[in-house]
Design a protein around this ligand. Structure first.
Ligand SMILES: Cc1cc2nc3c(=O)[nH]c(=O)nc-3n(C[C@H](O)[C@H](O)[C@H](O)COP(=O)(O)O)c2cc1C
Length: 151
């Protein structure tokens, strides 16, 4: 009933504009996500790469299903394609309400493997690989931040 689940998906961004517009819109998404997710005990990570979003969300099944319904209806992206949805025994992103794994980080080639043409998303990579890549990116980012504050 109160089982922990993890869902991962990719989607095509529908945000139109230059880098600044995209950065601002992603900052807005993150700000809302971090405060909502805190109240719903949801954790995860978000990546924007080459016009695609990739997101991992973890939490109590009921909470993530409600959130995922509103995410699917969000006009800032389309073609939301679930990579994996499964029960988990512990959280992989437990430290983050919604970590930003990056914007235009070099996950591009991973995402390219999933995309057939501009409108079709094909799942060729294993979802686990993608989730682990997101985790690595988040950890790398955290290391950089820690090094900067240590200086
Ligand atoms: C790529 C993407 C990821 C999002 N991730 C989250 C998230 O993790 N948590 C969240 O609350 N909203 C997230 N949102 C925003 C939701 O779609 C929605 O706008 C937000 O939950 C506010 O919903 P409300 O107006 O019903 O309160 C995301 C939106 C996009 C486009």
């Amino acid at each position: 009933m109160n089982a922990l689940y993890q869902i991962s998906y990719i989607s095509r961004s529908a945000i139109i504009g230059n880098h600044q517009t995209i950065d601002n819109e992603i900052a807005n998404i993150l700000q809302v996500a971090q405060s909502n997710n805190r109240s719903q005990d949801i954790t995860g990570a978000l990546l924007y790469s080459g016009g695609y979003f990739c997101q991992v969300i973890e939490g109590i099944q009921e909470n993530i299903e409600t959130l995922f319904e509103s995410i699917q209806m969000d006009a800032r992206h389309r073609a939301v394609t679930v990579l994996n949805y499964e029960p988990i025994t512990s959280r992989q992103f437990g430290d983050w309400q919604m970590a930003l794994a990056g914007i235009e980080e070099p996950l591009r080639f991973h995402i390219d493997g999933l995309v057939d043409d501009a409108t079709q998303i094909k799942i060729k990579e294993s979802a686990k690989d993608i989730v682990n890549t997101l985790y690595k990116l988040v950890m790398q980012k955290q290391q950089v931040l820690l090094q900067q504050t240590a200086r």
